[in-house]
Design a protein around this ligand. Structure first.
Ligand SMILES: [Cu+2]
Length: 743
C-alpha cells in the first residue's frame, strides 16, 4: 500500500488521464480477496451491486493516508469495451453460458472532503486493484450531490452578510427565506471575486408565502428575491453576493423594501375549490401483464414483451439504460440512453447569463429519480425496478421504484373497414412503457421508453414542474419584458431552451450499420415524363463522415439507420430503422459564447460519430462549469470515416420555453417524442398477427349522456370491431352469447 505517498497522477488541462493508467494503487487487503471476488460471477452489464460499491470505496480510501476523507461524487459501472462484450452477448443469446473473462471495473470520481482536490479513478474489482487514479486538471469539475446542495443552501442562508442584505428588503416578520442553489455556468471571467475555474454555486433566493410561512410545500417561486449568494460548495465559503436586475435592462438598483404580492400555490389544499366531476378511471389487467421480467444479474433486468427482448440497467448519471435490444430475435440496438440535457437561459444580464444546467452531467439522472407510486405516477399493473447507487461516503443506497414498467392502451394501431361488407378489423396499439421521473430542483422530467407491437420504439420526454422564477419590478407586471414572461405579479419566467440528447448505438440486423438520409424532391417539369408538374421522387444521401446534420422539413429529410448487407426479402432494400425527430430550434447563444461551446450537442438535431470507447455523454464527461472541447461536437469534428463502420447516432430534440401564465404555479406537461421506426425491415406489417380488438375481452360499456352505463350487452357487442362481428346491424352472433364478466 502506498498510503504515505501521493498516489495522484496530475492531469494536464488538455486531456484527462487514460483510464487504464496502471499501477496507481493496490490494496493488499483487496488483492488478497481477489479470488473470492472473481468467483462471484456477475453479468458484465449488471449494475454495480452493494458489495461492489463497498469494495470500490475501500480500495479508493486505501490510496490515502488516514485522516483524508474521500467524498464520492460518482461510483458507477465502467462498462466493458464493445469488442469484448459483443461476443459475450452473442454467445449468451445462442444459449451458451459465456466464459466470464471480462474484468469487472468501476469508474469513480471523488474529492478529498473540504477541498477541490478531485480525482477520477478506475477500480478493477476482478484483480482488486486501483488501475488508475488521476487528479482532474483545470476546468474539470465533478457533479454536485444532494448533501452538498443542502449544505450550500444552509451556508447561504445563515451567512451574516446575506442576512444583512436581506434586512434591506424589510421582509414581513416571520418570513421564511428559501434557497435554490444552482449550477454556476462558465463565462470565462476570472477577475477579483469572479472565479471561472473554481467550482461554485449561486443560490437563487425566494420566500414562502408570508401569510402561511409554516407551509413547507408552499410555492416559494411566487416570491423571488433579488439577492444571490455565491458559495463554494467544497469549503462552504461565501464568495460574494450578487444583486439581480429587476427592471427591463441590466441596471442593478439598491435593494428596497419588498412589496406584498399574493401567493400562487399548487398544493390542492391551498385551492379555493377543487372540481368535483372527475370520476374514477381504472386500468385493469384481470389476467396479469403480457410482459415478464427476470434478473440477468443481481440488479439488471431482462424484459420480454410481444417479441421484444432487452436488458435494463441503471446508473447514477444516465439513470435507465437499455442494452441488447432485439425484436423477434433480430438485433436492433446495442445500447440506448438519454445522454445529457442542457437548459441554457436567454437572459443576458448578470448573473442570469450563467444559468445553463446540464442535468445529467452536473447532477445525474440516476440520483434525481423519483420513488414512483402506484395509482399516482403509474396506473395499472406495474412492475417496479429499484436502483442502487453510492452515497458520498461510498455506501450503497437503494433508490426504490425508480423505473416503472407497465402496459398501456394507446388507441388504435391499425384498422380497416370493408365498406362492401361493413366488416371492421381493428387492432389496438398496446404499448410497453418504462418510465422514470426526475426532479431537478424546481423542475420535473417524465422520461419513458415506449415499445409497441409494430416494432416501433418511442422515447418520450415530458417537461413539467415549476419555472425557475426571478423577480421583476411590481410596476412592470403588465409591461412586456424582453427576456421572459410575467407569470404572476412581480414574477418573471425567463426564456430558456431545453435540449435533450439521445444516444442511439445501433446494430440494426447486426453489425455494419450505415446512416443515410432520404429526401422527397419535386421533379422538374418535363413535357414527356412530368408534363403536369406533379411528380416527385426520393433521393438518398449516405453520411460518409462523422458530423452534425439538420432536419429539413421542406424536403421531408428523414435520417435512417440501415444495414446495407441485409436486404428486405420483398423489395431488396437495405433493412433499416428511421428516426422520427421533432423539429428543434438550435441553441440561440452565439457560437463564441460559453453556452454554445459547452452545449456540444445543442446545435444540430442529428450528430453521427464513429463508435469510440468512453464516448457516452454528449456534453463531455465533466459538464459542470465546463468550457467545451469534449463532447459530441468535438468528436464529430474528427471527421471520422463511417465506411464499414460502427456509427453512433445522437438525436437532439427540445423546446424553446417561452413561459406562459398557464405554466405557473406548476406547468402542465409539454411532450416531445422521438420514434425509431422500422423501414423495409419486416416483410409486412409486423403487427398483423396481433389479435383483433374484441369486446368480449375489453368489456367496454356504452353510456348515456349523463355518463351512466347503459345496461345493454347487446348494443356493446354489436359495436365491437372484432374479427367476427359484421358491422353495426348484426342481429345474432356467437359473441352475443358470451356476455362480458368484468371484475
Ligand atoms: Cu422550461
Amino acid at each position: 500500500m502506498m498510503a504515505n505517498e501521493d498516489p495522484c497522477l496530475s492531469v494536464g488541462s488538455a486531456k484527462r488521464a487514460s483510464v487504464l493508467e496502471k499501477g496507481a494503487c493496490v490494496s493488499s487487503k483487496f488483492a488478497a480477496s481477489h479470488n473470492e471476488t472473481s468467483q462471484t460471477k456477475s453479468h458484465p452489464l449488471g449494475p454495480i451491486a452493494a458489495h461492489e460499491i463497498i469494495q470500490s470505496a475501500a480500495l479508493i480510501r486505501s490510496c490515502w493516508p488516514d485522516g483524508e476523507e474521500c467524498r464520492f461524487k460518482m461510483l458507477t459501472l465502467l462498462e466493458p469495451q464493445k469488442a469484448e462484450l459483443l461476443p459475450y452477448l452473442t454467445a449468451e443469446r445462442a444459449g451458451q453460458v459465456p466464459e466470464y473473462n471480462i474484468d469487472r471495473r468501476v469508474f469513480v470520481v471523488y474529492s478529498i472532503r473540504g477541498t477541490h482536490n478531485v480525482h477520477e479513478a478506475v477500480v478493477n474489482l476482478t484483480t482488486g486493484k486501483v488501475e488508475s487514479n488521476a487528479k482532474l486538471g483545470p476546468f474539470m469539475h465533478p457533479n454536485t450531490d444532494a448533501e452538498e446542495v443542502l449544505a450550500v443552501e444552509k451556508a447561504a442562508l445563515e451567512h451574516p452578510d446575506v442576512r444583512a442584505e436581506l434586512e434591506k428588503l424589510k421582509l414581513p416578520s416571520g418570513a421564511v427565506v428559501v434557497s435554490d442553489p444552482w449550477i454556476y455556468g462558465s463565462d470565462g471571467v476570472n477577475e477579483g471575486k469572479f472565479f471561472d475555474d473554481r467550482r461554485l454555486m449561486h443560490c437563487f433566493l425566494y420566500m414562502r408565502d408570508p401569510n402561511n410561512p409554516s407551509e413547507p410545500d408552499g410555492c416559494h417561486y411566487s416570491f423571488p428575491l433579488p439577492v444571490v449568494p455565491v458559495v463554494d460548495p467544497a469549503t462552504l465559503e461565501l464568495i460574494r453576493i450578487d444583486i439581480l436586475p429587476t427592471g427591463l435592462d441590466e441596471k442593478v438598483r439598491p435593494l428596497s423594501p419588498w412589496k406584498p404580492v399574493p401567493a400562487n400555490e399548487y398544493i390542492p389544499e391551498a385551492q379555493e375549490e377543487m372540481r368535483g366531476d372527475v370520476k374514477p378511471l381504472r386500468v385493469v389487467q384481470p389476467e396479469g401483464t403480457s410482459f415478464t421480467v427476470e434478473n440477468y444479474s443481481e440488479l439488471g433486468r431482462l424484459i420480454r414483451w410481444q417479441k421484444w427482448e432487452f436488458k435494463v440497467g441503471y446508473n447514477q448519471r444516465e439513470g435507465m439504460v437499455l442494452y441488447d435490444v432485439h425484436y423477434d430475435d433480430k438485433p436492433l440496438f446495442y445500447r440506448l440512453s438519454l445522454s445529457d440535457m442542457c437548459i441554457p437561459y436567454g437572459d443576458p444580464r448578470h448573473p442570469f447569463h450563467r444559468k445553463a444546467a446540464f442535468d445529467l452531467g452536473d447532477v445525474g439522472a440516476g440520483v434525481m429519480a423519483n420513488n414512483l407510486k402506484l395509482g399516482c405516477d403509474c396506473l395499472g399493473s406495474i412492475y417496479y425496478i429499484d436502483g442502487l447507487l453510492a452515497d458520498t461516503h461510498g455506501r450503497p443506497v437503494v433508490m426504490p421504484n425508480v423505473i416503472c414498467v407497465h402496459e398501456q392502451d394507446a388507441g388504435i394501431l391499425w384498422k380497416h373497414v370493408n365498406y362492401r361488407t361493413s366488416r371492421a378489423v381493428v387492432v389496438r396499439n398496446r404499448e410497453l412503457v418504462l418510465q422514470t421521473i426526475l426532479t431537478v430542483s424546481n423542475y420535473e422530467y417524465i422520461l419513458a421508453w415506449i415499445f409497441n407491437t409494430a416494432g416501433d420504439i418511442t422515447y418520450e420526454a415530458k417537461a413539467t414542474g415549476i419555472l425557475s422564477t426571478q423577480p421583476v419590478d411590481l410596476e412592470l407586471t403588465k409591461t412586456p419584458h424582453p427576456f421572459g414572461t410575467v407569470v404572476h405579479p412581480g414574477v418573471l419566467g425567463g426564456y430558456h431552451q431545453h435540449f435533450f440528447s439521445l444516444r442511439v448505438d445501433p446494430m440494426v440486423a447486426g453489425p455494419g450499420n450505415a446512416i443515410v438520409y432520404d429526401e422527397a424532391v419535386a421533379l422538374p417539369r418535363d413535357p414527356i415524363l412530368n408534363p403536369h408538374g406533379v411528380g416527385y421522387t426520393t433521393h438518398r444521401t449516405e453520411i460518409e463522415t462523422s458530423g452534425g446534420y439538420d432536419l429539413d422539413p421542406g424536403k421531408s429529410r428523414t435520417f435512417k439507420i440501415i444495414n446495407p448487407s441485409v436486404r428486405n426479402s420483398v423489395n431488396g432494400a437495405a433493412v433499416g430503422y428511421k428516426l422520427m425527430v421533432p423539429p428543434m430550434q438550435p441553441i440561440l447563444a452565439d457560437a463564441d459564447s460559453f453556452h454554445f461551446k459547452r452545449a456540444e450537442f445543442a446545435d444540430h438535431s442529428i450528430y453521427v460519430t464513429r463508435y469510440a470507447e468512453g464516448e457516452l455523454y454528449a456534453g463531455g464527461r465533466y459538464t459542470n462549469q465546463s468550457r467545451g472541447g469534449e463532447g459530441v461536437r468535438s468528436w464529430a469534428n474528427r471527421k471520422d470515416s463511417l465506411a464499414g463502420g460502427d456509427p453512433v447516432v445522437w438525436i437532439q430534440f427540445g423546446i424553446n420555453h417561452i413561459p406562459r401564465v398557464e405554466d405557473f404555479p406548476v406547468m402542465p406537461v409539454e411532450t416531445l417524442r422521438v420514434m425509431l421506426r422500422p423501414v423495409n425491415f419486416f416483410d409486412r406489417n409486423p403487427a398483423i398477427d396481433v389479435p383483433s380488438s374484441r369486446q368480449e375481452i375489453n368489456c367496454s360499456v356504452a353510456v348515456d349522456g349523463s355518463g351512466t352505463s347503459l345496461e345493454s350487452a347487446v348494443r356493446g357487442m354489436s359495436l365491437g370491431g372484432d374479427g367476427e362481428e359484421r358491422g353495426l346491424t348484426t342481429a345474432a352472433g356467437a359473441s352475443r352469447d358470451s356476455p362480458c364478466v368484468c371484475p
